[in-house]
Design a protein around this ligand. Structure first.
Ligand code: CP
Length: 331
């Protein structure tokens, strides 16, 4: 914690619903109910209100030890988890694949068993393998939070994406996701954000579409979503919001489209297209952005983009998830 921080002794108000029990781990969105998600939103908004005040530190999880185990690169997820943990007074340990004994061949299982022997309370895990968080949770007593597992899920990303839209669509008496349409555009095949977003947005009542070249759409995707688009123009016309995903070159074992320029021409969002619309869709992006590929800078930094609002909400959502998980275990 920084030396100039002021410690707030009072924790934020506990969840209004005393019967609410958070799951033991946060492994995916598919296991969360609508009520679970709305409880996380409620708590996240309290957390955000707290950290937007000048005195932004709290001691509610003081004494709890958390390990951030990142076996894959990250900027936003890792830093916002760490900020969330420090803002709640937790003791934080950070590991990366390069800086730990992973690099010497130690297994994930042995790594976790050794950390548990040091009496930790929770693990935040990012890993290249789908199912890694489930694997750890199945053999561990501590709370496990999935910070992205291969192509599978990225639950806290979907929670911060949906919180951002939920707030915008609740303004001026709006009903939230009911009757709204969201399309996830880009690398649906390799992106874990896509699956978590589909589950979260449909659970909240939206119609969800995907838009990508056919080679970047997983088989059976039509069973999970309301619409499948292979032309960006059709998706733009249909949608109240577009979540623009990055092309995940690092997960591709072959060419899925002729070249980046061709992809960008067909699936990249251009500001001229949005400017021509009377009511352009809201633009989300989980980051990192490839400017000029999935969208141009005028859109990323323009009035319809909520990208940095997503990042701010990421800290609040992660504070909420940590508090709910660890409080629920303490009951
Ligand atoms: N959105 C997201 O997961 O970004 P990072 O890879 O930087 O954490």
């Amino acid at each position: 914690m920084t030396s100039h921080a002021t410690i707030l002794p009072e924790p934020p108000a506990a969840s209004a619903d005393a019967s609410f029990r958070f799951p033991r781990h946060l492994l995916d969105i598919a296991s969360l109910s609508r009520d679970d998600i709305l409880q996380i939103f409620e708590r996240a908004l309290t957390m955000r209100e707290m950290f937007l005040r000048p005195n932004r530190w709290n001691t509610m999880l003081a004494g709890q030890v958390i390990v951030n185990l990142f076996a894959e690169n990250s900027t936003r997820t890792r830093s916002s988890f760490e900020l969330a943990q420090r803002r709640l007074g937790m003791t934080v340990l950070n590991f990366t694949a390069e800086g730990s004994s992973f690099a010497k061949g130690e297994t994930l299982s042995d790594t976790v068993r050794n950390l548990e022997a040091m009496h930790i309370d929770a693990i935040v895990l990012r890993h290249t393998a789908a199912g890694a968080a489930q694997f750890v949770a199945a053999q561990s007593d501590v709370a496990v939070i999935n910070a992205g597992d291969g192509r599978h899920e990225h639950p806290t990303q979907a929670l911060l994406d949906t919180l951002t839209l939920h707030e915008l669509w609740r303004e001026n008496g709006g009903t939230g996701f009911e009757g709204r349409r969201v399309t996830i555009v880009g690398d649906i095949l390799h992106g874990r954000v896509a699956l978590s977003n589909i589950h979260a947005m449909r659970t909240l009542g939206a119609e969800v579409g995907v838009c990508a070249p056919p080679t970047l759409l997983p088989r059976g995707i039509e069973n999970l979503v309301d619409r499948v688009f292979t032309r960006l123009d059709d998706a733009i016309e249909w949608s109240d919001a577009l979540n623009m995903l990055r092309v995940q070159h690092e997960r591709m074992d072959r060419g899925f489209f002729p070249n980046v320029r061709e992809y960008s021409r067909l699936f990249g969002l251009r500001h001229r297209r949005l400017n021509a619309m009377e009511r352009p869709p809201i633009i989300l992006h989980p980051g990192p952005i490839n400017r000029g590929v999935e969208l141009d800078s005028e859109i990323a930094d323009g009035p319809h983009s909520v990208i940095l609002r997503q990042v701010e909400n990421g800290v609040a959502v992660r504070m909420a998830v940590l508090a709910l998980l660890l409080e629920s275990r303490g009951r």
